[in-house]
Design a protein around this ligand. Structure first.
Ligand SMILES: Nc1ncnc2c1ncn2[C@@H]1O[C@H](COP(=O)(O)OS(=O)(=O)O)[C@@H](OP(=O)(O)O)[C@H]1O
Length: 350
């Protein structure tokens, strides 16, 4: 049996630099800004970062540290945005945990590999990771929580109205299905149509990674008998009660913060202040850091040229027809009530 990860464990430079080759300082341009262990830069093609030079890394004691907080969010609820915003806090280094099929199990089974997947941080920074994919594999929750060997690790969730989540996920899955790397999969999956009557039509009629996707959201969420399909991930992922109940088996309530994803859209600075308090970090975010562009607030920071609106978010959605909307709201209501009782708090959309 492998030993548990000590909260004070960190992986020092020798190992970490084998994974990422640090940038040579002379190759940096004037737009680059050093922030913790990384240089950040933005350009027309997007934003990015590079590891700082070895001299800087050793001077400020950069290591890979065990995360002090983990986001166990739900897909399309704003997890990536929250993670991106938190990375702008001077006391935090946050990253989306590098998931791909199977990486989660291999990383969980090997402490060193798990630690190697962490970003570099200084002793003054907390490591925060976004592990939303855990909702697909909640069997890793006991492994994750016991392996961290800490009663101090904090957990977060961000949740939006499950109907809005389904709508966002529907658009997202449609985009993903069309990507070239998925074309083979889609072709294969097209064989497993869910409605033979639709076979002759040129519209989505596929089973794709736990989703049943039809030409519209309305038709996707109802099964052949016209009943809301609880087995379809568009719906299943929005039954937050089941997921939170599972999390609370392993995490005490006082170590779990559930934030309101709808409020995060309208007033991100308020949600970020709530997160700062929960993490016990300095109060940093304020309204003036954000500029509203379209529907969303985007951070503007001269210290971080990579900050800005997130790519691939805010995709256009068709309005859900009123009847289906009402039906879906009614469907989720009892689960939302149960969730409210379980948490002992009511979010704006409940
Ligand atoms: N400030 C800001 N900027 C952009 N997007 C914002 C923001 N705040 C919340 N959101 C909401 O985040 C939704 C995407 O959720 P996730 O980041 O969890 O997506 S993912 O599951 O990780 O792909 C995204 O959903 P879509 O609008 O469907 O893209 C947004 O509703």
């Amino acid at each position: 049996m492998q030993s548990k990860l000590d909260v004070n464990a960190n992986l020092h430079l020798k190992v970490s630099t084998q994974l990422i080759r640090p940038v040579n300082i002379t190759s940096l341009t004037t737009g680059d800004k050093l922030w913790g262990c990384y240089y950040y830069y933005g350009n027309k093609l997007g934003a990015s970062r590079n590891l700082a030079g070895l001299d800087v890394l050793s001077e400020i004691n950069c290591s890979r540290r065990v995360p002090s907080a983990i986001l166990l969010g739900v897909k399309k609820c704003g997890s990536q945005t929250l993670t991106g915003f938190l990375d702008l806090h001077p006391d935090v280094v946050s990253r989306v945990f590098p998931f791909s099929e199977n990486t989660i199990s291999s990383l969980m089974e090997n402490n060193d590999a798990f630690l190697k997947a962490m970003p570099l941080s200084t002793p003054n920074e907390q490591t925060f990771i976004d592990m939303i994919e855990i909702q697909n594999d909640p069997q890793f929750l006991p492994h994750l929580t016991t392996n961290l060997n800490s009663n101090t690790t904090k957990y977060l969730l961000i949740l939006v109205n499950p109907v809005a989540r389904a709508q966002s996920d529907y658009v997202h899955v449609n985009v993903k299905m069309k990507l070239p790397q998925n074309s083979k999969l889609v072709k294969r999956e097209i064989m497993s149509v869910w409605d033979k009557k639709l076979l002759h039509r040129k519209e989505p009629n596929v089973l794709f990674k736990g989703y049943r996707i039809a030409g519209t959201l309305e038709r996707s969420v109802l099964n052949a008998s016209g009943i809301i399909d609880k087995g379809n991930n568009l719906i299943k992922k929005g039954i937050y009660y089941d997921y939170v109940k599972e999390i609370l088996k392993y995490v005490s309530r006082d170590r779990l913060l559930v934030v309101d994803g709808e409020q995060f859209i309208s007033e991100p600075w308020l949600v970020l202040r709530q997160v700062e308090k929960f993490l016990g970090i300095s109060s940093y975010f304020k309204k003036s850091f954000f500029t509203k562009i379209g529907k969303f607030y985007c951070p503007v920071f001269i210290e971080r040229p990579d900050a800005g609106c997130l790519k691939g978010k805010g995709r256009k959605k068709k309005k859900i027809d009123q009847k289906t909307n009402k039906r879906l709201q009614r469907f989720f209501q009892p689960y939302n009530r149960k969730l409210e009782n379980l948490l002992g708090e009511k979010l704006s959309w409940m």
